[in-house]
Design a binder for this molecule. Structure first.
Ligand SMILES: [Fe+2]
Length: 177
């Protein structure tokens, strides 16, 4: 959060002095740092040692499993898309499963850096860190192996919880009159 707090301080200074020469860079930094913080926070909760496999009704995550099947055709097709999106990110970024409030369905997004290429209002519920720092030490440049390993530790309970919360908040985002 330090990056975001520093940027907020710099913006407060710009307001106080009425000096806006750095406004573009500051706004970009704010988006970058806030989004990086949020994505990493989700990431740590998305993974667990006894996770993996696919979401199943018997594990209490049937609603999420149904939403995945409805939105992508099947779990396998969803897995293929999120794997591909994560593995082919240009430069640094993330592959993300997100709840999209306008259509009320799940989508896969390919995020550049921490904040680019995202639909406004979509809520990330499962995120794969595809920055080099996430995989390089253990997997060298085998990004695909790293992503396959992440599928074995997905905490579907956490993803399902986030899915329910995102759906409940959807109306606040849309602000229907
Ligand atoms: Fe990271």
């Amino acid at each position: 959060m330090k990056g975001a707090n520093d940027t907020l301080e710099q913006l407060a200074e710009a307001r106080d002095k009425d000096q806006w020469g750095s406004i573009n860079g500051l706004e970009k930094n704010l988006a970058f740092h806030l989004s990086g913080h949020i994505l990493h926070s989700i990431y740590w909760h998305n993974m667990t040692g006894d996770g993996g496999g696919e979401p199943l009704e018997k594990d209490g995550v049937g609603e999420l499993a149904d939403a995945i099947a409805e939105s992508f055709g099947s779990f396998e097709k969803f897995k293929a898309q999120l794997t591909k999106a994560s593995a082919t990110t240009q430069g640094s970024g993330w592959g993300v499963l997100a709840y999209e409030p306008v259509t009320g369905r799940l989508i896969v997004e390919q995020i550049y850096d921490h904040q680019g290429n995202v639909g406004q209002g979509s809520v990330p519920i499962l995120v794969f860190d595809a920055w080099e720092h996430a995989f390089y030490l253990q997997y060298k440049n085998q990004k695909v192996d790293f992503i396959e390993a992440m599928w074995h530790v997905v905490n579907w309970q956490d993803v399902a919880k986030r899915y329910t919360a995102a759906k409940e908040r959807a109306n606040n985002l849309l602000l229907a009159p």
